[in-house]
Ligand binder design. Structure first.
Ligand SMILES: *Cc1c(COP(=O)(O)O)cnc(C)c1O
Length: 391
């Protein structure tokens, strides 16, 4: 049987290099609590990402959860339902209310034109997501935030390494979070970070990820434990050396997908972007059933029949998940809903072969022609019926 192909597969560093690096940890056995590799990774990431300040965490989710706490937000947070559930969890777990805003049909990021009508006297922040690495309307969002005195926090979990007007995209807003989960383009097995500007906020983040401990005898805040350990940090340092090659491979595969799927009406593919504006983290497609003759779910099943597992990212909307449904303001989300019903994220990772990209695209084309044929047959059948009705 052919090997299964999943939507993603973790990139591994050079084995000898990683082992040689972690071997040094046996010398002084300092393996966690902001060690030297932790600090080295922070410095390396600030330089690579071209951002102001960074604070590392055990994972992306905890970086967001503790960031919202550190910022002392209250009341309502305007956010997108078209994201990984972590974004919404972080809001709710801070005792805040998510207010779901609709998205743009072209890039699936929050629709700036819909934000203002959702602002109330209880709104304290806007939390958009650079979904699939698509850059939000940073300027428009900041204008609204300035007008109403709101904080802007970006979930930049998908946007590692992307630059915007010469700066790392995570540098915009009051703060952003990154995820270094094993399935992301850059990983530390599990890991994450907050990119920020305010030094006081940095202190608070540092305390919160270490039980709120300020000094040996003072616990100043109700903290958690969300530190990145040295094994994770070394994984990050090793992976950072290969990140350009990782992105380049993904770029080639993305181009292959785009070339193969060119001219397929009914499938909307991602927009081509300039270098630096994309990290090729994901390859989502939108399936229009009325043009294709088959649905996203049909395609999902057909690929699975060939041992290829796409993912319905992001379906359902987080606002429709059992834990959130009917609990918050019921705001119409027509574009988000339509997108969630039609989107399928196809396999994309550095280790994926071009042959497999071709195979995936061929399955799609075969489905398209099979349905075209059956529609023609159905059309003839219909005409005959019409004829017999008329006679
Ligand atoms: C991966 C991800 C997270 C959470 O990151 P973890 O490192 O897995 O905790 C948050 N938001 C989005 C949009 C993500 O894709």
């Amino acid at each position: 049987m052919e090997d299964r192909i999943y939507v993603t597969k973790s990139s591994m560093p050079n084995y000898e290099e990683y082992c040689a690096a972690i071997k040094l940890l046996w010398q002084d056995a300092f393996i966690t609590n902001m060690g030297k590799y932790h600090d080295e990774l922070e410095k390396s990431l600030i330089a690579f990402l071209n951002v102001d300040k960074i604070s590392l965490f055990c994972n992306g989710h905890m970086s967001l959860e503790l960031l919202l706490q550190a910022m002392g937000l209250t009341g309502e947070v305007i956010t997108t339902p078209f994201t990984f559930v972590s974004t919404t969890h972080a809001i709710v777990r801070n005792g805040l209310k998510p207010v779901f805003c609709d998205i743009n049909p072209h890039d699936f990021t929050i629709n700036t034109d819909k934000i203002e009508e959702l602002i109330t006297e209880n709104t304290s922040a806007i939390l958009p997501v650079h979904v699939y690495g698509n850059i939000c309307d940073i300027t428009g969002i900041q204008q609204i935030a300035d007008k109403y005195n709101l904080k802007v926090i970006y979930d930049a979990a998908h946007a590692f390494g992307i630059t915007y007007h010469g700066r790392g995209v995570a540098d915009y807003g009051d703060a952003s979070i990154l995820s270094f989960h094993a399935t992301k383009i850059f990983h530390t097995i599990e890991g994450g970070a907050v990119v920020y500007h305010n030094a006081e906020l940095g202190k608070s983040l540092y305390d919160l990820k270490n039980f709120g401990i300020r000094s040996e005898e003072i616990v100043a805040e109700v903290g958690a434990n969300a530190k990145m350990n040295e094994f994770q940090a070394i994984m990050g340092l090793c992976n950072l050396k290969r990140i350009d090659a990782e992105i380049e491979k993904r770029k080639l595969l993305t181009k292959r997908y785009l070339k193969n799927l060119k001219g397929m009406s009914g499938i909307k593919v991602k927009e081509t972007k300039n270098d630096g504006e994309d990290n090729y983290g994901y390859f989502p497609i939108v399936c229009e059933e009325n043009l294709l003759g088959f649905s996203r779910d049909d395609l999902y099943k057909e690929l699975a029949r060939h041992n290829i597992y796409g993912r319905k990212y992001f379906y359902p909307l987080t606002s429709d998940q059992a834990c959130f449904r009917n609990k918050y303001k019921d705001i119409p989300l027509p574009v988000a809903r339509k997108t969630a019903d039609r989107i399928l994220t196809l396999p994309l990772y550095a280790g994926l072969s071009t042959e497999n990209v071709d195979r995936i695209c061929k399955i799609l084309w075969d489905m398209v022609s099979a349905h075209k044929k059956s529609r023609i047959l159905y059309g003839i059948h219909e005409k005959k019926q019409m004829k017999s009705i008329n006679e």
